[in-house]
Design a binder for this molecule. Structure first.
Ligand code: FE
Length: 140
């Protein structure tokens, strides 16, 4: 990974073999970014995307392997229990130009990854919501 910072924005390059979610989480933690947004494009050779089933309150996920373009990765940065918390979604395009997408939990860079991380001054924590079954923004 390499990065440069301009104002409150970081331009980040991830390199072949790096896992996106863990690498970005560590980066945000090291840079002390507690609130913000992430946008990115690039290419992955492996990825895990998921869907939250609202009725059963469980995540289903699928592991993908092959050449995929990250046509869009979008997500946010917050905290939970004092730790950096990333919530990422992505759409991935395959060799037949079909796109699959969902909650993004893992992706291994196969060529390069280009991200913008925007840091917002402040802090928003999360807490588990029983009714929904997810870790929601705690805004009051
Ligand atoms: Fe999600």
């Amino acid at each position: 990974m390499e990065f440069v910072k301009f104002g409150n924005k970081y331009i980040v390059r991830l390199d072949k073999g790096e896992e996106i979610v863990e690498t970005l989480k560590e980066f945000c933690s090291h840079q002390d970014i507690k609130l913000g947004w992430i946008k990115g494009i690039g290419a992955v050779g492996e990825a895990t995307i998921g869907l939250f089933e609202t009725r059963e309150k469980v995540y289903h996920s699928v592991d993908l392997k092959g050449d995929y373009e990250i046509t869009s990765l979008l997500g946010n940065i917050s905290t939970m229990d004092g730790e950096t918390y990333l919530h990422l979604h992505a759409t991935l395009g395959d060799s037949e130009y079909r796109v699959q997408g969902g909650h993004f939990s893992r992706g291994i860079i196969s060529a390069t990854g280009e991200f913008v991380i925007e840091s917002i001054e402040g802090e928003v924590d999360r807490e588990f919501n029983d009714e929904i079954g997810l870790n929601l923004y705690k805004l009051k």
